[in-house]
Design a binder for this molecule. Structure first.
Ligand SMILES: Nc1ncnc2c1ncn2[C@@H]1O[C@H](COP(=O)(O)OP(=O)(O)OP(=O)(O)O)[C@@H](O)[C@H]1O
Ligand SMILES: [Mg+2]
Length: 247
């Protein structure tokens, strides 16, 4: 991680009608930082990512990427939604290469990158299958692979591993860390799973209930590769758990 600020969020405020969701939120993400965001259900995590990608207009505040107003049309941002979506009429290989094709990347490079990420997520054998022929967890892998393939400068992930079986989840967490190290991308990763946040992150932002503020920003300097049974790992996990307890 460098000291340079990659994403800067200042005074972000977002309501839906009378419901104030994001309440004057400010924080920075450093270049190549892996930031995890945890918070109670319904506090506005998805709303926050939708504001970053301009799916939602915000009421007040500014969001910049690399010093420029954030703009997914001009900047290389990949977003893995909480609800998965694949294109039914395209094969696995075509789905994964989609983001590269719309950017007019050289077909030979597309072929190579898509082959590489299909290998990582274990879909090589299914390259010519259509989404309707795949199981739910395979569909999730297609979506994850599509985001990896564009090698984004900012990767936004909204509970991407929530419905995967544990073994695949651990595998993809490690692959995500490998990709993150290799490509130098900056990651904002939302999760309900505190263990996952401690395993992945450089820093954890804990959000409050609505109207949502940042409750605490916890640096995570545990050495990698991390072990969930390590006493320091457990200590940080307990610290985060105490912060989000509402009972
Ligand atoms: N398009 C919308 N119109 C009206 N209200 C919305 C809209 N999107 C979200 N909300 C409301 O804003 C609040 C935050 O929703 P959001 O989906 O961002 O929460 P979340 O933190 O992602 O929750 P979860 O952990 O369950 O995914 C909720 O109260 C939700 O009902
Ligand atoms: Mg959500």
């Amino acid at each position: 991680m460098s000291e340079e600020v990659k994403v800067s969020v200042k005074n972000l405020t977002k309501s839906f009608g009378d419901l104030l969701v994001l309440n004057d939120i400010s924080f920075d993400v450093k270049d190549h930082e892996f930031l995890c965001i945890v918070g109670p259900t319904g506090c506005g995590k998805t709303t926050f990512l939708n504001s970053l990608t301009k799916l939602y207009d915000i009421d007040a505040g500014t969001i910049t990427l690399g010093g420029q107003p954030i703009d997914p049309k001009k900047q290389n941002i990949a977003y893995i939604f909480q609800e998965y979506s694949t294109m039914e009429w395209l094969t696995v290989e075509e789905n994964i290469g989609y983001g590269l094709r719309i950017k007019h990347v050289d077909p030979a490079i597309i072929k190579e990158r898509v082959a590489n990420v299909m290998e990582i997520v274990g879909l090589t054998k299914y390259a010519n299958y259509y989404p309707r022929q795949l199981s739910a967890s395979m569909l999730q892998r297609v979506v994850i692979a599509r985001a990896f393939a564009v090698e984004p400068e900012l990767l936004l992930m909204d509970e991407p591993y929530g419905q995967l079986d544990l073994q695949l989840k651990y595998h993809l967490e490690d692959e995500l860390l490998n990709l993150w190290k290799k490509t130098g991308t900056t990651v904002i990763f939302i999760t309900h799973n505190i263990e996952e946040a401690v395993y992945l992150s450089d820093r954890i932002l804990v959000l409050t209930n609505k109207p949502t503020k940042i409750k605490q920003s916890l640096p995570n300097n545990l050495p990698r590769p991390r072990k969930v049974s390590d006493p320091d790992f457990i200590k940080l996990r307990n610290e985060v758990t105490d912060l989000i307890k509402w009972w």
